[in-house]
Design a protein around this ligand. Structure first.
Ligand SMILES: Cc1ncc(COP(=O)(O)O)c(C=O)c1O
Length: 420
């Protein structure tokens, strides 16, 4: 643990008292004591976070960050002395000297084919899943405006992430909430009933809803869009967590996040979920058609057009993602994705064996079940939800750090809690 300074043990008690008195008497000494206290506080904070980390299983965050190599390089290279900024378009030669655009573009180039964008695509590293959704909604609106003068309507299921509701509100787009079935998937009959044939449609499709891991039926949504035929359509995929899992599973799972096969126009995934970044980040990828239809707002002093809503952007998170995809073992992400699904199936089966009500969607790492007592909820950091038929619920997100042993400990705690 880091210490800012140490007292020598050779001082006697009087010596120590004397030094202490002198130290406290001088302004510099008082400052040192304050610094020492601040460092102690930080150390205590770090211990607390690290103590909670291993059994934090209620949120979609991979706690195996594996960034030690990155930070060692970062310190050794001295790059921490530079304040970089990725403002602008990573797909253009930038006028700024201090950015990591070239690495950012390579990150997008790595992910684009995974999501079925083989050429004519564009993207950037976002600040979060919500930031990616913000761009999906905004760019969708711009593309629809380029095709029709009529105001668009955004459609999203009630189980989709709450960011979509907020973003439609911020961007002044009329929102129609579509019912979801008990497994968290968009109710297609309700979508058809609410789809307006006279106004452009901005459909936000959930690839893994936050609480239940529901995957909206894209083929079903498409069939309804064709049947009802609104004047223009834009499909944005919110694949914050599941994009990374599905994209690294074999077909037919990977087909669900394949733009060439499914026909969606843009996709957002998070960088701090499956990818284990230790700070919020994400990836946004769209067809070049989307990129060409937005207002890029030429900025004279940047000698560039800035297509993103966010201006200043992190130059570090693209480097962390680049580090992960460059230095990780071959096929490690495919193996991780398969393990998450297998472990989720194990947890679901064990809870059912105990007679505890549990549910799991296909291709999902999100097991949701009858809510246990508050002590179990608190220890594992579980999130609550409630459903009119399923009752009070909680869920576990089986991420990379959630081992079989940890699941066994959790199952034993559930067994005890439910008196089984
Ligand atoms: C489906 C879904 N979309 C979007 C988000 C928002 O992502 P972020 O927290 O990275 O902004 C989440 C977060 O849990 C999510 O589950």
């Amino acid at each position: 643990m880091y210490r800012s300074s140490r007292l020598s043990p050779r001082f006697g008690l009087t010596g120590v008292m004397l030094v202490l008195a002198l130290v406290l008497a001088s302004p510099a000494g008082a400052q040192n004591v304050a610094r020492e206290k601040a460092v102690d506080r930080l150390n205590a904070f770090a211990s607390e976070m690290l103590k909670n980390r291993p059994h934090f299983i209620g949120y979609p965050v991979n706690q195996d960050t594996e960034l030690e190599g990155f930070y060692t390089w970062y310190l050794k290279s001295g790059l921490y002395e530079a304040a970089m900024n990725n403002v602008g378009d990573p797909f253009k030669t930038s006028s700024s000297l201090l950015n990591s655009h070239s690495f950012e573009k390579e990150v997008i180039d790595y992910f684009a084919p995974r999501f079925g964008f083989h050429k004519d695509y564009w993207g950037f590293v976002t600040a979060s899943g919500t930031d990616g959704n913000n761009h999906g909604v905004y760019f969708g609106k711009k593309v629809l405006q380029a095709k029709s003068n009529l105001p668009p309507i955004a459609y999203v299921s009630e189980e989709a992430h709450y960011s979509i509701k907020k973003l439609a509100d911020v961007q002044g787009i009329e929102l129609r909430l579509i019912k979801a079935d008990p497994m968290g998937r968009m109710d297609l009959a309700d979508f058809e009933a609410k789809l307006d044939p006279t106004r452009p449609a901005l459909v936000v499709i959930a690839m893994g809803t936050t609480f239940k891991g529901g995957i909206d039926n894209q083929m079903g949504i498409d069939a309804i869009l064709k049947k009802v035929a609104p004047p223009a359509v834009h499909r944005h995929l919110d694949a914050a967590l599941f994009g990374s899992i599905l994209g690294f599973l074999p077909p037919p799972a990977s087909d669900l996040v394949n733009s060439a096969k499914m026909g969606f126009d843009s996709i957002a995934i998070s960088g701090h979920k499956f990818w284990g970044l230790d700070e919020p980040a994400g990836i946004f990828i769209a067809t070049k058609h989307v990129r060409d239809n937005i207002n890029p707002f030429q900025v004279a002093y940047l000698k560039d057009a800035v297509p993103t809503i966010t201006c200043s952007r992190s130059a570090i998170s693209p480097l962390k993602l680049w580090w992960k995809i460059t230095f990780s073992e071959p096929n490690v992400f495919e193996k991780q994705a398969a393990r998450l699904i297998a472990n989720a199936e194990y947890l679901h089966a064990e809870l059912q064996k105990l007679g505890i009500k549990s549910w799991l969607n296909e291709y999902s790492n999100t097991v949701f079940f009858q809510r246990p007592g508050q002590a179990v909820m608190d220890y594992y950091g579980l999130a609550p939800d409630v459903h009119p038929e399923q009752g009070e619920l909680a869920h576990v997100l089986v991420m990379q750090h959630v081992s079989k042993d940890l699941l066994d400990a959790f199952i034993a705690d559930m067994k005890k809690d439910f008196g089984k």
